[in-house]
Design a protein around this ligand. Sequence first.
Ligand SMILES: Cc1cc2nc3c(=O)[nH]c(=O)nc-3n(C[C@H](O)[C@H](O)[C@H](O)COP(=O)(O)OP(=O)(O)OC[C@H]3O[C@@H](n4cnc5c(N)ncnc54)[C@H](O)[C@@H]3O)c2cc1C
Length: 420
Amino acid sequence: MKTSHDVVIAGGGLAGATLALILRRWVPGLRVAVVERFPLPETHDTATYQPSYDARSTALAWGTAQIFESLGLWAEMSRHATPIRHIHVSERARFGATRLHAEEHQQPALGFVADNRWLGQCLTAALRADSAISWISPADVASVHVDADSALIGLDGESPEAELRASLLVVADGGRSGLRERLGFSVSVSDYRQHALIANISTSKPHDFVAYERFTDRGPLALLPRGNPERAEGRAALVWTLTEAEVADIQPLPDAAFLSQLQARFGWRLGRFTQVGERHVYPLSLSLVQQPIRPRVVLVGNAAQSLHPVAGQGFNLAIRGLVGLAETLRDAVSREEDIGGLSVLERYVQAQEPDRQRIIGLSDGLIRLFGDRSGPLEMARDAGLVAMDLMPGLRHWFTRYAMGIGGRRPVPPPRKPEHV
Ligand SMILES: Cc1cc2nc3c(=O)[nH]c(=O)nc-3n(C[C@H](O)[C@H](O)[C@H](O)COP(=O)(O)OP(=O)(O)OC[C@H]3O[C@@H](n4cnc5c(N)ncnc54)[C@H](O)[C@@H]3O)c2cc1C
């Protein structure tokens, strides 16, 4: 059986599912299908494995919350999204520190922390509720053949459809299924030789809605506020960057020994670390596809670029790109252009490139800057952190990036998230 769609999205993770909903909102006439390898998680079912909606928490920038608000999703998402009202950036064993505050920007939050499983539940509930989006799952995009008029997409899996035809294929597979390589995209990968160890931590002091970013001699460590959106609790999401050898030593430690190592790295700003949940590890690299388009194919999300999570920017960058793609397709439809045509996709890439380069440069630059242990650079970093703390203009500029509103691209429909 062969079904025709305007847009087929390969991958229904954070980027793919969000794109389907953005397209419905921005270009309602398009026929959209999402092909996802794993079955949709049942509502409130946290046991089903899904690689995008897993045990991680995601720091959503203020601008990202605005995008979800514009899709009508934020009221639900924000029920379990903890506001970040302050960000504290420091370097272990050095004196410099910078503090960013939401109130300086007349907003109630710089961003929000939400569990990926919860984000998955909200997104998939919205997809289920929209009968105009075809959700094809469990199924794998196994092959793609592009001709002058369409992309022919071969599926493996339990779906009755064996082949789809689309004007545009959006690859949102996280870059992990080999699809982009089979389509001839060249990917540059720079291995950081680091892993992110994530876990939920309980602390004796409440977080007071502060996100901590601490650079240590072994790599950055973030503790993000978690739990009740209304009341500061002693709960935090840990993202701890370690080398492979350190991960092998630290991940299996008994809880008390693990917490004492973490305490020694982080210090006492959150009081005593009292409990640690299950630990998961992610290898870290910067992978980048310079030109993420081909006729009738575009890569988005992690398939286009995956970043170090140090600044919590991967998904926040991706979602701005998804809005940009929807805007480009909306304009193409209104001009009666072919939405899979290279000239249309080139317009999209051109508009996104400055944001992409800035955010990749920022994330990668932070790792390299704070990874250098030479004396002069350490002093320069101290001076930089202190200067940022003291200079409102510099702090303002940096905070706008953290809020996801620093680039030239404005985020869409300007309704504020109300549920903070
Ligand atoms: C430790 C860590 C912490 C992070 N923290 C943050 C943060 O705080 N803020 C932030 O903005 N970003 C953060 N990120 C980045 C963020 O997680 C990614 O940007 C985001 O997950 C990318 O989503 P994606 O949908 O592109 O890819 P994925 O999440 O990998 O999803 C890909 C989907 O495609 C499906 N799939 C794969 N192959 C196929 C196929 N052939 N056919 C059909 N389906 C397929 C998969 O099953 C999956 O559902 C973090 C990343 C890490 C590793």
